[in-house]
Design a protein around this ligand. Sequence first.
Ligand code: NAI
Ligand code: MG
Length: 356
Amino acid sequence: MKIAVMPGDGIGREVTAQAVKVLKAVIGRTQPLELAEAAIGQAGIDAAGDPLPSATTDIARKADAILFGSAGMPGDEAIPFMMRPGASLLRLRKELGLFANFRPAFLFPELIGASTLKPEVIEGLDIMILRELTGDVYFGEPRGSGVNAAGQREAFNTMRYSEPEIERIAHVAFRTARERRRKLCSVDKANVLEVMQLWREVVARVSAEYPDVEVTHLFVDAAAMQLMRAPRQFDVIVTGNIFGDILSDAAAMLTGSIGMLPSASMAAGTFGLYEPVHGTAPDIAGKNLANPLASILSMAMMLRHSFGQTANAQRVEDAVRRVLADGLRTGDIFQPGCTRVGTEEMGDAVAATVLR
Ligand code: NAI
Ligand code: MG
């Protein structure tokens, strides 16, 4: 198992260390584990003058999977976009063709009280949001800013998808739904945007190949409303880059804390990048306060999707559940009557539980 480890900046370093700790515990000596650490984000700038050093991309290409922490620090807005620490991840995803971003919104029953929503609305919540990651307004050309004919400043971006890009993510979505509860909701804005009309048309056409999956189409505004009103109606949601960015953060919050949410970004095949959904959290960085469970659960996704190790992935997820059931909590998920622990202690507890 060849894994590129990219802790990045801020709490990325702290939480990734815990994920590696649990990985070593679960794999033990049963399998050769090759971990190659690579600098990214501010760490990349410090090491090589580039947030995504070429040495880092090389390590990534040689690996079977990437375990990523987080990158970016506030106050970098003055730096040209692609040289910002935070853009390193965008560049890496694009370079490696990581087009399918899986973000599960899963509620651990132990944390039902940590959500802002009523228990009866979220009990048993288990949604998979699939976000297209390499197209849309984030990469569409033309983009830029300048002065228009009337002498006013203006800026513009382009929402753009090609038919093959939509087809590719649609197939992943239908296959994912097949492995779950066979329900797929495609989210677009086909009533207003031509690019989203194409999206809807292509998803509808691909759906003919998956007659066993029930498919629905929602406009993104309606989808946002339904996610808050009755989130359990959803199984798999597939959408474009920007709608997926927004909806997945909203769905994430249904489950309590951003510190609980893993993600996987996949290319064709089994190569993937696994990372917690959260950022570098400068407000708590370096204080042993960050919740490492999102990172640990991302590592479990890696075992499942890149290495086909379903049993080990399950062991890690079960260990997380047992540690929560034992009442261990970092500050972000703290509930009265529980035991407050730090990043390291949470990582130790999960690692010890995996071995039990
Ligand atoms: P953030 O996710 O870093 O933090 C948002 C809030 O959630 C903060 O109050 C933070 O303390 C809390 N939080 C986040 N993760 C936590 C954890 N594991 N345990 C406990 N609390 C946690 O988002 P923010 O503040 O918008 O961004 C900070 C920096 O991170 C920015 O420079 C941004 O560009 C970068 N970023 C990087 C991402 C990545 O590498 N994938 C994703 C999002 C932001
Ligand atoms: Mg986001």
